[in-house]
Design a protein. Structure first.
Length: 156
């Protein structure tokens, strides 16, 4: 199965796969993290994430990306939190080199979960429905708002 470039995948950091590197030709400092797809049809496949440290702006972006992966380190080389099995999402992009396309992970972000601490209880639903009115009434309000918005949309 082939990567769908631009699609998001759930991944975890592969154990022992975080490395500070320097490129041989340009001497660019970078962090490379090997991510392993944790679910779906690509489960088990690996895709590298590269964060650059060649400027303060790139280092700040790389730091935020690592935090989104679960990093709690306080210095480069301290990879605390990255190997805890925390799942996060990345977009897999295609990098073209020498006529070939290679996958790379980009834009890591934590997986959000719904906080259920203050969820409305089943016993409160009747009061909520009474307070907000029935759906026929809400439909009428929505239609009126749509009509008002269309009337205000004047072409220039």
């Amino acid at each position: 199965m082939a990567w769908e470039f631009g699609s998001r995948y759930r991944v975890k950091v592969a154990m022992g796969q975080v490395l500070l590197k320097v490129t041989p030709n340009t001497k660019t400092k970078l962090v490379e993290v090997m991510c392993k797809v944790s679910s779906g049809p690509m489960a088990g496949r690996r895709v590298p994430f590269t964060g650059y440290l060649n400027s303060p702006q790139n280092a700040a972006r790389t730091r935020q990306d690592l935090i989104n992966m679960g990093w709690r380190g306080r210095s480069w080389g301290d990879w605390s939190g990255l190997h805890g099995g925390r799942e996060f999402e990345v977009a897999v992009m295609g990098d073209e080199r020498s006529g070939n396309t290679f996958p790379r992970a980009a834009f890591p972000r934590p997986i959000r979960v719904v906080n259920t601490d203050h969820a409305i209880k089943e016993t409160e639903l009747e009061a909520l429905n009474a307070e907000l009115g029935d759906f026929e009434q809400l439909d009428a309000i929505s239609e009126a708002q749509a009509y008002d918005a269309a009337a205000e949309d004047v072409p220039f």
